[in-house]
Design a binder for this molecule. Sequence first.
Ligand code: TRP
Length: 515
Amino acid sequence: MNAKEQGECGDASRGQFNSRLGFVLAAAGSAVGLGNLWRFPYLTYKYGGAGADAGGAGTFVIVYLACIALVCLPLILAEILVGKRGRRNPVGSFNAIRPGTRWNIVGYLGIATGFLILSYYAVVAGWSIEYTYKSLVNEFAGFETAIPDEEAGQALAAEFISSHPGTDDAVALESARTAAGSPEAFNTRLLAKKAELHPQHLFSQFVANPVKQVGYFLAFMLLTVILVLGGVAGGIERGNKVMMPLLLLMLIVLAIRVLTLEGGGRIIGYLFKPSLSTLSWDLVLAAMGQAFFSLSVGMGALLTYGSYLGPKDRIETASAAIPAIDASVALLASIVVCGAIISFGLAMSGSGTGNVFTAIPVIFQSIPGGRWLVVLFYLLVTLAALTSTISLLEVVASYMIDERKMKRTRAVLLSAAAISAVGVICALSFNLLSGYTLFGMTFFDMLDYICSNIALPVGGILIAIFVGWVMRHEEKREELVCMNPIIYRVWNVLLKFLAPAAILAVLIGQFVFRS
Ligand code: TRP
């Protein structure tokens, strides 16, 4: 290595380090959000179920991690590279690198995907506002009177039957009473059951209320618009430096709490022990979609961040740091949420869409000072969601500004209005429109499915082909001056062959072998 190369590739100067760290934090802030805290625990539970030893959750987690390492990791580098070289929004960057070709379609697809993701993402983000409020006024505390004795008794009876198969329905409650030992002991169990059932009730009542759903959704959109317009977005990104470590710290504390519960250690086997018999196309597709969604890859969000980098900035380390941070947050969230569900034997209704909203209050009730920690927790969820909605709105708006020559205010307001129109339907699909389903999915489920399981992976294939096959080595090397030649070659091969082939196989398999 000659002296010049050493200057460019050796230990970075302080200035470079700062900008690189800033980039990693901004990109990680976009990646870490409801995908990690809400969607990942909800999907692991969906595939794992209440049975702690079935292996479904383990299979899901392993496939998810494999997708990150083999498919998403190379794609992240590719996507950032396109932005860094194109120096524009998704459409503009493809135009700049291959002018006059149709490759800008990848950019259009990405912008449409971002539009749709934001429309349902902000609905769930709205839930986090309500939950911050609920925790502030301590709504989780009124469980003694909120749940009738009878209902808690039924739940205990059902629990008794599941642990003593073959018990007659009619005598289950009596048997549970006897098994408790004393009337006092049974009463304690009854009270504990009420405390568990209460958050579930609060949640189903909340999503069943159309006015609240639409109201909170619009409130969150408004908050996003204000921050994007006010240029406060940069401040929020800087706030990441404090919020991200704080969120991580809280998750670690909660994870320790869950792991030290009686039987809490079982969650490790639940999350990491796969079983082949649970492997299905459906599971693989969901795991891949989750990897794309959680890493914000496949639609040009990372591309847009890459476009803010200077020509000398290095992107290899950042590309590896983003998935590492993102996957750690997701796994911790699942340990906490699924671990609590299993250890406390929490009742889950439906598919468990609201896991993070029903399980968290229960764990906090068992921690000293939990009353206030839970406020902090939901506040962090809200802020994590906000950094993601900002990045989504920014992608749509920046396209309108650059390519449609709109003024910033107009572009932001117009995009947000259109997104809100679609989002209102998502918000109503939990109540007024819950009866309208297609393939068993509501409008909300359908959008989520199409965006994460189809649109992002298809975007991923196209980006892989573009960078793997269309861009020349010299072009790529110019952006990756310092990358180790062997790693470069491995990356190129993954990008050219494995990533597109794997994504295509999963997508086709889903439709051909759909049971
Ligand atoms: N990755 C974010 C999360 O996990 C959501 C998100 C933000 C996103 N920007 C995106 C997803 C762009 C896909 C594409 O919550």
